[in-house]
Design a protein around this ligand. Structure first.
Ligand SMILES: Nc1ncnc2c1ncn2[C@@H]1O[C@H](COP(=O)(O)OP(=O)(O)OP(=O)(O)O)[C@@H](O)[C@H]1O
Ligand SMILES: [Mg+2]
Length: 232
């Protein structure tokens, strides 16, 4: 945990223009350490998803900077930028739907396709990852035929396929029943512990937040305070 994997300096995000302008982030300076688990918590509208999108390089800040593994991200070209994002991050976002027309295997291996990996190698790694999540028998199913928990596991498989350094999860258990939610949580924390993957989770679930090593409590576009330690 010695070096930060992500650092932000005075991150500001403003949406809209003129009278409709809204500052969703009001200058966030923080670090995410390598291999740690961090929960981002706070009321609805406090800026959690906005912060997550900026950290994940899915959106650009209005002001301020993001440093990824020591590299100033604003200095990267567009191709370098998307390549770095594809290689470094895995996403488990509720709004990142699976493509219903494609099979589970096709959905899960999409990041490899983007990276230009051959089909044979994609399928080999896809099946390996689906097996880890106990989803191998669903590989040929269309994504629409899966249950909620299976969909979420397919999303996790897709997030893992590139062997990411950081997994971003926005309400990973929000749509799931308690039992299925716990299975998904266990998978995420197991990956964090065994593969030293940095886990950044946005959640309203206090139990899930308590399992993280650190919590960033957000209010009105700012980090109000931080809490450390896992609550047993
Ligand atoms: N595209 C957008 N255009 C205008 N305002 C936006 C946009 N996206 C977010 N906002 C506003 O920015 C603020 C922060 O939104 P954000 O989605 O980050 O909140 P959140 O903490 O993730 O909330 P929730 O817990 O409800 O998901 C909100 O007031 C929201 O209305
Ligand atoms: Mg949100």
């Amino acid at each position: 945990m010695a070096s930060p994997v992500l650092e932000t300096h005075g991150l500001v995000k403003t949406y809209g223009h003129a009278e409709s302008e809204f500052q969703a982030l009001k200058g966030i300076t923080t670090q995410i350490w390598n291999a740690e688990s961090v929960a981002v918590v706070g009321k609805s509208g406090s800026g959690k998803s906005t912060l997550m999108h900026l950290l994940a390089l899915l959106d650009a800040p209005t002001q301020g900077s993001i440093v990824l593994s020591g590299q100033m991200t604003s200095q990267l070209g567009a191709r370098e930028f998307s390549q770095l994002r594809n290689e470094t991050f895995g996403f488990v976002f509720q709004q990142f739907f699976l493509n219903p027309q494609q099979t589970v295997l096709e959905n899960v291996t999409l990041p490899l396709k983007i990276a230009g990996v051959s089909k044979a190698e994609r399928n080999r790694r896809g099946m390996e990852t689906l097996e880890q999540l106990d989803m191998a028998e669903k590989a040929k199913n269309k994504a629409t035929t899966l249950s909620g928990g299976q969909k979420q596991r397919a999303c996790i498989a897709r997030a893992l396929i590139n062997d990411p350094t950081v997994i971003f999860a926005d309400e990973p258990t929000g749509n799931l029943d308690t039992a299925t939610g716990e299975i998904v949580e266990d998978i995420l924390f197991d990956l964090h512990a065994r593969r030293m993957i940095t886990l950044i989770v946005v959640t309203h679930d206090e139990d899930l937040a308590a399992k993280c090593q650190r919590r960033l409590i957000m209010q009105d576009g700012q980090i109000l305070r931080e809490e450390r330690g896992v609550t047993p």
